[in-house]
Design a protein around this ligand. Structure first.
Ligand SMILES: *Cc1c(COP(=O)(O)O)cnc(C)c1O
Length: 380
């Protein structure tokens, strides 16, 4: 049977009173809300349509790299590397340029599972997968012979967040690589606990897709360079040494989307101007508190993630009673300008999923809960 996207569900004519509506109705978990001020800045930039090999765009890349270094308070020797293709491409980069022989993957949702699948490559040993059911979490376990631990800061498909630390008992020199695509800038992290912290800018960085960014420790840089000089064949577009050489010159190997860089830098300036990572993480935390307290206080909802300390501050999942047709609720919300509250395709629950990245105003999350209550009451 053909899969019918939620957007095709006809919405009953329910008008949410204007006084209940959020100021901004974008609650997507990726891509997600772009601040209107950033879009206005984009409309005014003189960089669009100009060469990425010239100084003005190089300065923009330099600002992105320095801004990330500042935001995460990177220790001496850590480097900010970037390239085209988003996080999915970076999984292939890591498979070619960071995993020496065998990786370990705690898998607890769609995204952690995708990297594990990508790392099952013919030039490597079969990856070790430690699986946990959706809505819970599995942990990395130090094991001889594992040279890269693939952690996920926030599993965007299920709304489970993790603490980032190095597993006990890992081999000396084993790398910790963290998929922080939805967690970076929304969740706290200590750089000494990772070797690679990689992401794409269409979530907490409120930009557009298509780019990958990686914060790399000296050990990670050394791994990439030693695999390369050791003679491993690597496709040029996935070659981390090529990306490193370009990044050091504030360049990318091939043409980047300049708009993505402009929006990223605007969001970095906004976060840094407001107080940096503590500001950004506190804002997401405030939204999360509002959402989960609401979900616990209603008879027809509950937080999907059982353990409170695993409930994500940046992507909230709310399980809705079977008596409430959640796809219809989402369709009514959409018809009223509140978009992208649908569960991750494939999670298959009667569920709402709410992006609570730093760009989202906690007051709008509060308003969203009021709108959901209104729609559910009108449907019953
Ligand atoms: C969104 C997301 C991805 C995919 O990012 P792309 O840039 O679309 O490839 C990967 N991992 C996580 C945790 C994500 O949230």
């Amino acid at each position: 049977m053909a899969h019918i996207p939620d957007t095709d569900i006809p919405a009953p004519a329910i008008t949410i009173p204007a006084g209940l509506l959020p100021a901004d109705g974008r609650f997507g978990s990726g891509p997600s809300k772009v601040r209107p001020e950033a879009l206005a800045a984009l409309a005014k930039t003189t960089l669009m349509g100009t060469s990425h090999r010239q100084a003005p765009v190089k300065r923009l890349v330099a600002r992105a790299r320095a801004g990330l270094s500042d935001l995460f308070d990177l220790p001496e020797g850590y480097e900010v590397v970037l390239g085209n293709g988003g996080t999915t491409t970076f999984w292939d980069v890591a498979t070619f340029c960071l995993i020496e022989r065998r990786s370990q993957h705690p898998v607890f949702g769609a995204f952690s599972s995708k990297f594990a699948a990508a790392a099952a490559a013919p030039h490597l040993a079969q990856p070790e997968v430690i699986e946990a059911p959706p809505g819970s979490r599995s942990e990395a376990t130090g094991r001889p012979g594992i040279d890269l631990y693939a952690l996920t800061h926030n599993e965007t498909s299920t709304g489970v967040m993790a603490d980032i630390r190095r597993p006990d008992g890992a081999d000396p020199g084993a790398l910790v690589a963290v998929d922080a695509t939805s967690g970076a800038a929304g969740l706290a992290v200590e750089p000494s606990n990772f070797d690679v912290y990689y992401f794409a800018p269409q979530k907490c960085f409120a930009s557009d897709g298509g780019l990958w960014l990686a914060l790399m420790s000296p050990a990670a840089v050394e791994r990439a360079e030693s695999l390369w000089s050791g003679g491993r064949w690597v496709p040029a577009s996935l070659d981390l040494s090529v990306a490193l050489a370009n990044s050091r010159r504030d360049q990318t190997n091939n043409t980047p989307a300049i708009a993505t860089l402009v929006l990223l830098v605007d969001q970095l300036d906004w976060m840094l101007g407001k107080g940096g990572l503590p500001f950004a993480t506190a804002r997401s935390q405030r939204s999360a508190r509002i959402l989960y307290q609401w979900a616990e206080s209603r008879s027809y909802t509950r937080p999907f993630v059982e353990k409170p300390d695993q409930r994500s501050d940046v992507v909230g999942t709310v399980e809705v009673d079977e008596s409430v047709p959640v796809a219809t609720v989402s369709a009514v919300l959409r018809a009223n300008g509140i978009v992208d509250t649908d569960a991750y395709r494939g999670v298959g629950r009667n569920q709402l999923r709410v992006g609570m990245f730093p760009a989202v105003d906690p007051d709008d999350v509060e308003a969203l809960t009021g709108c959901i209550d209104h729609v559910v009451a009108a449907l019953s």
